[in-house]
Design a protein around this ligand. Structure first.
Ligand code: 376
Length: 824
């Protein structure tokens, strides 16, 4: 990594290392012998380290050169601020990007090991919960591939997303100590350590020029030490940086306390500071209001904003009025939205700017992305907590709000209700700061993540702000990176595609369109190869399922998959109801038009989300009954795949025939799993929700199984929703509910599913599961019919892959850049 300080050092660039198989063999062996002290029969876990270090050496010259090329005054840069980056594994990704596949294989062959076996040793970097965190990782990949100067800022959690175990059908959480064996990719950059203040109080005074100023004093400071991860672009020699902050105590031993004999108090203070970046909060889509979480948010934001200012100066800039011309910050949801107030603090208190000038800069360089419409996910911080932790920032938020509300009053004189609705401070018994409002007021761009989601934001949650600033609001439909999700995860399909249209599709996914003519049944040989690839991927998955869950999946059956966080709005329950319905059909011998199915469900439940955890238990209970009933006789299998994570999806998506995207319409902001499945030739069964709508547009209604009520119908029905009427009028649904009620799936644990039945049968069920049951079962019937026509299914599968070009994050990043970032 480059030195950011001296102009002289900018001239120094590293030469690339030799890239032959022989050179890699030599490098790997040197690490095995001279670094790890392993002679013969080096176990794969050590070979993994030796190869990772070798690859990092290869990345280093590109990393430095990329840095040097951008380290010039006046160059505009982007920063992606996120509490989460769900990276997964890195080794195979760098091998692919560097074009070192053959050389690596050759090297490992000398040690009698395969690249797959060695890559499998890497622990996932699980620094995220789900969609929002994985999106950040895909964005980083595409920015590097497009050579966009974007740096990611995140937290260096010691413990990532918890490991999920299943015990007697219930989820059990174990800590994820992912750094136990070290992280070969990261580089500590202690020289860029920042100091982050907490607590204390503020003082106000007038400076020599008579200008009112504030000081934040008596603070308890925490050090932020950066750890950099390289983000390589696809074969373009660009390497961007993901900078992760670790919290460290200012002085491990407070000398005064230490000398006074308070050894343990001194150590305790150190521990307090180090808790900040200790653990990722495992809540996806609900705020939790914990003090430590606010500390994490401010810690990330303060260190990052200080660092961005320092970098900007180090590149030779000094005129602060140009800061917004040179820098843009994208906030991944409201989690880092205190950045609006923190940039103001730095400009006012440290740089000595006046309010109006500082506000002009701030509002020209901040941008906000919203990822959810669920009201329970909207972040609000109690004013009292904010005041205790961040007293200076509270003053700034108050001032932002006062000036903003004046603007509202000018636009709508006398409209008190609107002022109350739009205030950044929510009044009430517990006064709270509405972080989404702070983000909107402080940003020049606010975007949703799929067309429907952005429209619903404009028309609903954000409509008052749209009235005031219509041009701030825009849509940027999500994507996924085709490098990880096709080129790496599905080498068989990649080879087949490249054989037909060359390799350019990997960095230009719109090229997949050229597969469309091959979808016609007349291309029988191509069809056969397409099926053979899917078949091999299904065998690979079936082996893993057999080994981990003891259940046999028949690769000739339809692989029907739903993997994502467990949440009521995602309606895993609807899927289970369908499985019970199929089970009933078998038991009653109603096998007309039957298609053998293997149903796979996976995902983690937030540890405090009781209903989600009970849904996991239900899935496991139904699976036990179905899989052990001799009458089912292989026609239906069901498995709950434990510990679903990035590296699981790399095996699951390529093996999937049917992708379940069955959320209540209007609730799933976008979805991104839907895109990974589509790219890998799965067909979607889905509601008219999130990016499903755009997938349907791209692939056409004949190649998508659409069902369910639209968002508007859902909202219109809500006040009159009567789930019992569906049960009474639909014999299939009645049988399913009766079987659940009978305790058939919980003979030894009576009553455990009552909470689920109550929720399904309640007129207040927000997710309206039963409203879509009939439509869902009918769509599944159409799936079974299509599946039986092999040529038709293959055609649909090819057309899904061929139409997936739009869902590359390369396109998403180009849109962010053209519409928001304007980077060169
Ligand atoms: C949170 C995630 C972590 C911690 C706290 C949270 C609080 C609220 C909401 C969270 N997560 C999301 O909102 C989230 O993951 N949203 C998902 O974002 C994806 C990427 O845009 C979308 O594809 C999903 O539809 C959306 O649910």
């Amino acid at each position: 990594m480059p030195d950011e300080k001296t102009a002289a050092s900018r001239a120094i660039v590293l030469k690339p290392l030799p890239r032959t198989g022989a050179a890699l063999t030599h490098d790997v062996q040197r690490y095995q012998l001279y670094h790890l002290g392993r002679m013969r029969d080096c176990p794969p876990r050590y070979t993994y380290k030796a190869l990772a270090w070798t690859l990092r050496d290869h990345l280093m010259s590109d990393w430095m050169n990329t840095y040097v090329a951008r380290d010039q005054p006046g160059r505009r840069r982007g920063y992606y601020l996120s509490l989460e980056f769900l990276i997964g594994r890195s080794l195979a990704n760098h091998v692919l990007n560097l074009g070192l596949d053959e050389a690596s294989r050759e090297a490992l062959h000398r040690f009698g090991q395969t690249l797959e076996e060695v890559a499998e040793q890497e622990t996932d970097a699980g620094l995220g919960n789900g969609g929002l965190g994985r999106l950040a990782a895909c964005f980083m990949d595409s920015c590097a591939t497009l050579d966009l100067p974007v740096m990611g800022y995140g937290l260096h959690y010691q413990y990532g997303m918890f490991h999920q175990r299943i015990e007697n059908g219930y989820q059990v959480e174990d800590p994820d100590h992912w750094l136990r064996d070290g992280n070969p990719w990261e580089v500590e950059r202690a020289e860029f350590t920042c100091r982050v203040p907490f607590g204390g109080r503020t003082e106000h005074y007038h400076d020599k020029a008579g200008i009112h100023r504030a000081r934040w004093v008596d603070t308890s400071d925490v050090l932020a030490v950066p750890y950099d991860m390289p983000i390589s672009g696809y074969r373009n020699h660009a390497v961007n940086t993901l900078r992760l902050w670790k919290s460290v105590s200012t002085d491990v031993f407070n000398l005064e306390e230490f000398n006074a004999g308070s050894y343990s108090e001194a150590v305790q203070a150190a521990n307090q500071a180090e808790y900040i970046s200790m653990v990722l909060y495992p809540n996806d889509s609900s705020e939790n209001g914990k003090e430590l979480r606010l500390r994490q948010q401010y810690f990330l934001v303060s260190a990052s904003m200080q660092d961005a200012l320092r970098q900007w100066r180090a590149a030779g800039n000094s005129d602060l009025t140009k800061f917004a011309e040179h820098n843009v910050f994208q906030m991944n949801d409201t989690h880092p939205s205190v950045a609006v107030a923190e940039l103001m603090r730095l400009l006012l208190d440290q740089e000595g700017m006046r309010w109006d000038a500082a506000w002009a800069i701030t509002t020209q360089c901040m941008a906000y992305t919203n990822h959810t419409l669920l009201p329970e996910a909207l972040e609000r911080w109690p004013v009292a907590l904010f005041e205790r932790l961040l007293p200076r920032l509270l003053e700034i938020v108050y001032e932002i709000n006062a000036r903003f509300l004046r603007e509202v009053s000018v636009a709508w004189p006398g409209d008190i209700d609107r002022r109350r609705r739009m205030s950044i401070i929510e009044e009430g018994p517990v006064r709270q700061i509405r972080m989404a409002w702070l983000a909107i007021v402080g940003s020049f761009s606010v975007n949703g993540v799929a067309a429907l989601h952005s429209r619903l934001l404009r028309e609903g949650l954000f409509r008052d702000f749209v009235d005031l600033w219509p041009d701030k609001f825009n849509n940027k439909t999500n994507g996924v990176t085709p490098r990880r999700w096709v080129a790496h995860a599905n080498p068989g399909l990649s080879a087949l595609i490249s054989e037909q249209i060359g390799e350019d599709w990997i960095a230009d996914l719109s090229q997949l369109e050229r597969l469309k003519p091959l979808a016609e049944a007349s291309h029988a040989a191509f069809h056969a190869e397409w099926r053979a690839v899917k078949r091999a991927n299904k065998e690979r998955l079936a082996e893993i399922i057999k080994a981990r869950c003891g259940v046999e999946f028949n690769p000739d059956a339809l692989f029907d998959v739903q993997v994502k966080r467990i949440h009521e709005y995602k309606r895993q329950l609807l899927n289970v109801l369908h499985v019970i319905h199929l089970y009933n059909r078998i038991n009653h011998g109603r096998l007309d038009g039957w298609a053998d199915r293997c149903v796979l469900i996976g995902g983690k439940a937030a540890p405090g989300y009781a209903m989600a955890k009970r849904i996991i238990k239900l899935i496991n209970s139904v699976a036990d009954v179905v899989n052990s009933d001799p009458d089912v006789d292989g026609r239906l299998k069901m498995v709950f795949a434990p510990n679903y994570r990035v590296s699981s999806m790399e095996v699951i998506a390529p093996a999937t025939d049917l992708s379940e995207q069955i959320s209540t319409a209007g609730k799933e902001a976008s979805g991104t799993g839907n895109m990974k499945f589509m790219m890998n030739g799965a067909i979607t069964i889905g509601t008219y929700d999130g990016a499903n709508i755009e997938i349907l547009d791209a692939v056409g209604k004949d190649n998508f199984f659409l069902f369910g009520l639209h968002a508007e119908k859902i909202e219109a029905l809500r006040p009159h929703y009567q789930p019992l009427s569906y049960v009474e009028n639909d014999p299939d649904l009645r049988e399913v509910i009766d079987l659940l009620k009978s305790g058939h799936f919980n003979l030894y644990e009576p009553g455990i599913f009552d909470m689920i039945l109550d929720s399904l049968l309640s007129p207040h069920d927000p997710w309206m599961v039963l409203a879509d049951f009939r439509s869902y079962v009918d769509a599944q019937e159409r799936v079974a019919q299509a599946w039986q026509d092999e040529a038709r299914w293959t055609r649909m599968s090819i057309l899904n892959t061929a139409s997936s070009g739009f869902f590359s994050t390369d396109r998403t990043m180009q849109e962010y850049n053209a519409g928001i970032w304007k980077l060169k």
